[in-house]
Design a protein around this ligand. Structure first.
Ligand code: NAD
Ligand code: UGA
Length: 470
């Protein structure tokens, strides 16, 4: 029986390995992590460490059968034939390339563990998103530290799942991409071995094989294209508001453009779009391509603009001051169906509102009070960010931010409601009830186009919806 080990039990490692275990009952799959609380969470019977629709069921069906979660990194790496590396690759916060380049500290430490403990040949799979040519660096680390002539084959197998739909995406991926060294027989054999794992449930024509650096760069390029699409529609949303035009539906009907991923929003969030574009920008600069770098950097600038534009709209609409006014924030996660708050636009919007002395009351069905407080007081890298987005001191968070477990409670006595995540339940709220409990004029700022502005205007709200006529 083949054994697969995955280093990193996060948003990618956990769900990806759970689906491999489900689809390949003859393969033992072990997910390891240095974080004991994370592993405890994966082994817990009531709440997994991440919220992802359908994941509980997949984990319940395989855990203890052929799916294991463990902190014993050395043992399981040593025993595995295929080792996935799915550790975090955040943006560097200091040193060379700070604020842009990917921090490969975790990746390198995983590679060194593999070299240290391996007693047999291994296929090492890059699952994390990494800069193009990382596989070459990893090959060198492994080759220079190899014991007893152990040989390693490195593959790049980037992950394209989106949070909130991870299980569906893994069950039916648009494509699986495997990059390897097709010029050598060992490289071809490694690609074939990984392909045979996915081929248990993914149609062969959806499994693309290529070379290492094409696979690595495809991942960065795909995320850059997706984020660029959102910044494009968000840039146009500002013009729509100014002119009263509404275009997303009509441009999406062009089959070359297509309707998906064209929702104007308060800005994209999530752990990857910004980080991966910054990484792409850095790579372009390193290769002497400043024009290409500045093209992609603009995608992030528009995203920052969209977030501050939203805050400015709230403040200017409410007679240029929100000082001392209660503002209900509905949704804190970076998108619906996840509890993930990494780089969520809600952080920037809340910081902007509190910077203007508003009192913010937040409700999100999946985000805890502790998480909100941590996020708002957290230091994040401040590359190219306006000053009002600096971390808030814990005492400011305590005085200006509260978390409510009910949307109505959050809106009670508020002057305004801001919708920042497109949770389905926000479509079904009793807005009349909310309106009745609010100060008048009651404002509603919809950063996700969740509500019908006409219906809410009938109730009496002053409504602002992203990209819609005022
Ligand atoms: P994450 O932070 O949720 O998980 C990473 C895990 O790796 C953490 O639990 C951490 O403790 C562990 N880790 C770090 N160093 C380790 C080591 N040396 N040994 C053992 N464990 C170690 O990150 P994530 O969201 O799962 O992302 C992982 C990678 O996948 C990133 O490169 C990311 O860009 C990429 N990616 C993420 C998504 C997503 O939706 N989150 C989608 C596609 C690709
Ligand atoms: C994204 C990609 O979609 C995945 O393919 C990729 O694997 C992943 O990044 C990654 O590398 O981490 P994810 O960030 O989980 O997935 O979620 P998306 O659905 O892409 O949404 C990202 C952000 O864009 C969210 O804040 C979402 O609300 C926003 N968005 C999305 C819009 O504002 N408008 C849209 O039309 C679509």
């Amino acid at each position: 029986m083949v054994k697969i080990c995955c280093i990193g039990a996060g948003y990618v490692g956990g769900p990806t390995m759970a689906v491999i275990a489900l689809k390949c009952p003859d393969i033992e799959v072990v997910v390891v992590d240095i974080s004991a609380p994370r592993i405890d969470g994966w082994n817990s019977s009531d709440r997994l460490p991440i919220y992802e629709p359908g994941l509980d069921d997949v984990v319940r069906r395989c855990r203890g059968r052929n799916l294991l979660f463990s902190t014993d990194v050395e043992r399981h790496v040593a025993e595995a034939g295929i080792v996935f590396v799915s550790v975090n690759t955040p943006t560097k916060t200091r040193g060379l390339g700070a604020g842009k380049a990917a921090d490969l500290t975790y990746w390198e430490s995983a590679a060194r563990i593999i070299a240290d403990v391996s007693r047999s040949d291994k296929i090492v799979v890059e699952k994390s998103t990494v800069p193009v040519k990382t596989a070459e660096a990893i090959e060198k680390i492994l080759a220079h530290n190899s014991k007893d002539g152990i040989r390693y084959q490195i593959l790049s197998n980037p992950e394209f799942l989106a949070e909130g739909t991870a299980v569906d995406d893994l069950f039916k991926p648009d494509r699986v991409l495997i990059g390897g060294r097709s010029e050598t027989p060992e490289g071809r054999a490694a690609v074939a071995a990984l392909k045979s794992v996915y081929a248990r449930w993914v149609p062969e024509d959806r499994i693309i094989t290529t070379n290492l650096w094409s696979a690595e760069l495809s991942k960065l390029a795909a995320n850059a294209f997706l984020a660029q699409r959102i910044s494009s529609v968000n840039a146009i949303s500002a013009l729509c508001e100014a002119t009263g035009a509404d275009v997303a539906n009509s441009i999406g009907k062009d089959s070359r453009i297509g309707p998906r991923f064209l929702s104007a929003s308060v800005g994209f969030g999530g752990s990857c779009f910004q980080k991966d574009i910054l990484n792409l920008v850095y790579i372009c600069e390193c290769y002497g391509l400043p024009e290409v770098a500045s093209y992609w950097r603009q995608v992030i600038r528009i995203n920052d603009y969209q977030k501050s534009r939203f805050v400015n709209r709230v403040v200017s609409s409410m007679f240029n001051t929100v000082a001392g006014k209660k503002v209900a924030v509905l949704g804190f996660a970076f998108k619906k169906d996840t509890g993930d708050t990494r780089e969520t636009p809600a952080i920037d919007v809340c910081k902007g509102l509190v910077g203007d002395k508003a009192v913010v009351s937040i409700y999100d069905p999946q985000v805890t009070e502790e998480q909100v407080q941590r996020d708002l007081a957290m230091n994040k890298f401040d590359w190219d960010h306006p000053r009002h987005l600096q971390p808030m001191s814990p005492s400011v968070v305590a005085r200006h931010v509260s978390v409510s477990w009910d949307a109505y409670e959050a809106a009670k006595g508020a002057h305004a409601v801001c919708i920042l995540t497109e949770w389905d339940e926000f479509r079904r709220l009793d807005y009349q009830r909310m309106y009745d409990a609010m100060h008048k004029p009651a404002f509603l700022f919809d950063g996700r186009n969740v509500v019908d502005p006409d219906r809410l205007r009938e109730i009496g709200f002053v409504v602002y919806s992203i990209g819609k006529p005022l």
